[in-house]
Ligand binder design. Sequence first.
Ligand code: FAD
Ligand code: PHB
Length: 391
Amino acid sequence: MKTQVGIVGAGPAGLVLSHLLHLSGIESVVLETHSRSYVEERVRAGVLEQGTADLLRETGVGERMMRQGLIHHGIELQFGRGRHRIDFAGLTGGKGVMVYAQHEVLKDLIAARLEAGGTLLFDVEDVNVQELQGPKPKIRFRKDSEEEELECDFIGGCDGFHGICRPSIPEGVLKVFEKIYPFAWLGILAEAPPSSQELIYAHHERGFALLSMRSPKISRLYLQCAPDEDIANWPDSRIWQELHARLEVAEGWKLTEGPVLQKGITGMRSFVVEPMQYGRLFLAGDSAHIVPPTGAKGLNLAVADVRVLAAAIVEFYASGKTELLERYSETCLRRVWKVQRFSWWMTSMLHRFADDNSFDMRRQLAELDYVTSSRAASQTLAENYVGLPFE
Ligand code: FAD
Ligand code: PHB
């Protein structure tokens, strides 16, 4: 098999890359170890930056998102006994975010790629990448018990944090930057109408909590928990009890409960490798970097990477020029580090750290008071949350 761009992984990075390349007449093949239904049902992120939502809409895959997604023009920060709104629209010249589940974005992208005759191979096994420094890198894999080889001009390493692309780069080439946080998030999806119009990020002495949503009937809620927490210790009743304790601080406000449809624990880390390229292998999304979810940035950063990569590949085929490809890593990393900083800052401001003393608690509260009372500080949060401009 031959193609122009071989893409490992059918997550947001891989599928948006394949879609953008197709729109410029460039052929790709996407290889995915999981099944189509697994990819289309796995519950993960839910907040799209303005620029991510605009890209999906402008490239013809935003029709369902525009019908079913929820446009938000602000968030609430809760601390002490009160809530304070950050008005994104007023602080960013009318921008906002779109609440629309990651797996719904993936369904829309998969449908569009298949309709356009694209090749997406699910349930592949033993994927490995070869000859990365040569002009024709190869991807070997097994599909339906047959050994296959895909010869390409470029490889998109879009296979997430646990994929094989990053570890295929020889030792010593990549520099790793990492921070692991001493807590995790316990997340639930509940069949309950969201108790608030807007997302609530709550600082609480019992630990952070987040109220989010997926639709007018489905809530998505998170609780800070121990990094090694066993989900078996969290029956639904205990989860609701803890959510009530952390979220019901304002007089008269009630959290609506409902059947828990799904629950899970997600660890928290900040991680970056530099550079994001080795020969003709280009890493994009979680394969190159991870952010803690407090800034809602993981998916958005994956899309930002492949925007840069697609433009560089398009320029190469149009003119033979390699400047944009050579600058890929440097261009992406400028945004990656700014987003790392924002995600770390939101995480540090809102979570309870085991070693913190009463001084640290007062410092966090002062920071939240400042962020919600100074226009300059609110604007800093707002412009990062809706998404920094593209270069
Ligand atoms: P992924 O979405 O991980 O996609 C990579 C794809 O590659 C996967 O489909 C995987 O099956 C496939 N793959 C892996 N190995 C191979 C291989 N060897 N060969 C072929 N295919 C392979 N972000 C938020 O903003 N909010 C959240 O609430 C949130 N929750 C999360 C929960 C979990 C459990 C995880 C893991 C992440 C969460 N994130 C969240 C982060 C966000 O979902 C990711 O940043 C985003 O999915 C990154 O997209 P990606 O395409 O780079 O990687
Ligand atoms: C979500 O809805 O899943 C969500 C929202 C905001 C975050 C993280 C996750 O910061």
